[in-house]
Design a protein around this ligand. Structure first.
Ligand code: NAD
Length: 351
């Protein structure tokens, strides 16, 4: 599902890599976002959803473009992602933020702050204020308009993402930091209660809590203290973009959205770069395809049970960075500037 804007450009590079490491893979393409609207009049055509349900994994580009605000909400390109997440119950969105040592100078942070950053933000994806009812823009008795959205989480929604966080921490450095706003919001008070209860089942994992405002500050000041950060949909949305900047560029960071669905060897999932469709640079062969390629590596690991091939792809990315290849967003003087397609070719070459 390549989508719109730079989506097809970066996904094409990830598919090149797929062909190189997994030539036997069967792939199908399905339009989503503005491409879905062009093809079938809706952002997520039924045919696209049916194809997605039949696959072990989805490689997603990005959706959206200029003028989308004017469309009714159910016709907006972003709706395709929300519907896919809901339909496939992809509630756990893993967004690793790690800094390749070769890119230390590309971050806007001081090297000593970001060198060695290796954290994962686990964002709950199917609940919270983005889905809660009631929502809308209404008019009150005095004729004044007001907007309303509802922050809502059930205990079971919090429990399942909490388990996902503790399981992920066991595969890493054994630390979970839960981010909430329990001092002000009842929904978040429940969030914290459930995290503490579930955490008791994982005595080997250290659980800490931070209010989201403090977490934002700590993430910028001492990012190396974090291992797994688990948080709700809205806070995760914001914090993960901030975390992206620790690592130099939004064009470097992959993500995986996982749920209860299983493949024969792993979890059914949707894999996408965390960036959007970047209409400002679309069609110019300058977008960084590494986030899409690294998303494919996550796909290999989590949905296809091919951790060894995932590592090969990640090493190939590291190698092209070491060779000095840089797209514009991560360029530093003295390095070799390449376009989107050339970067994809370089990764295939390194493989
Ligand atoms: P964006 O992530 O598309 O772009 C933000 C900035 O980062 C832009 O300056 C862009 O040029 C740059 N950038 C993004 N990806 C890059 C890459 N791979 N290489 C180099 N530079 C890159 O966010 P935005 O500008 O807020 O949104 C643009 C469109 O994308 C909107 O229509 C929005 O709705 C949509 N969007 C889609 C998704 C998604 O599909 N998951 C996520 C976020 C935004």
């Amino acid at each position: 599902m390549a989508g719109d804007g730079i989506g097809p450009e970066v996904t094409t590079q990830a598919v090149k890599v797929l062909r190189a490491v997994l030539p036997e893979a069967e792939t199908v393409e399905a339009p989503v976002g503005l491409a879905g609207i062009d093809a079938r009049g809706v952002p997520l055509p039924d045919e696209s959803l049916a194809l997605a349900r039949n696959c072990d994994a989805i490689l997603f580009g990005a959706v959206g473009g200029p003028g989308e605000e004017a469309l009714p909400r159910d016709k907006r390109p972003g709706t395709s992602l929300l519907l896919l997440r809901e339909a496939l119950q992809l509630y756990a969105n893993f967004r690793p933020a790690f800094l390749f040592p070769e890119l230390v100078g590309a971050s806007s942070f001081k090297p000593e702050v970001v060198e060695g950053v290796d954290l994962v933000i686990l964002r709950e994806l199917t609940g919270d204020i983005y889905f809660g009812q009631p929502r809308g823009i209404e008019t009150d008795a005095s004729g004044q308009r007001y907007g309303v959205n509802t922050m809502r989480y059930t205990e079971s929604e919090i429990e399942r993402v909490a388990h996902a966080a503790f399981r992920a921490a066991r595969q890493r450095r054994g630390k979970v930091c839960s981010v909430d706003k329990a001092n002000v919001l009842e929904t978040m008070q429940l969030w914290r209660e459930v995290l503490i209860r579930v955490g008791a089942e994982y005595p080997d994992v250290e659980l800490t809590h931070l209010f989201v405002d403090a977490a934002a500050m700590m993430l910028m000041r001492t990012p190396k203290r974090f291992d797994v950060i688990v948080t709700g949909n809205m806070f995760g949305d914001i914090l993960s973009d901030a975390a992206a900047m620790l690592t130099g560029s939004i064009g470097m960071l992959p993500s995986a959205s996982l749920g209860e669905g299983r493949t024969s060897v792993g979890q059914m999932g949707l894999y996408e770069p965390i960036h959007g469709s970047a209409p400002d640079i679309a069609g110019r062969d300058i977008a960084n395809p590494l986030a899409a390629i690294l998303s494919f590596a996550m796909l290999l690991r989590h949905s296809l049970g091919m951790g060894d091939k995932a590592k090969r792809v990640e090493h190939a990315v590291r190698k092209v960075l070491a060779q000095g290849y840089r797209t514009q967003d991560i360029f530093q003087p003295g390095k070799t500037m390449v376009g989107t397609a050339a970067m994809g070719d370089a990764v295939v070459q390194a493989l």
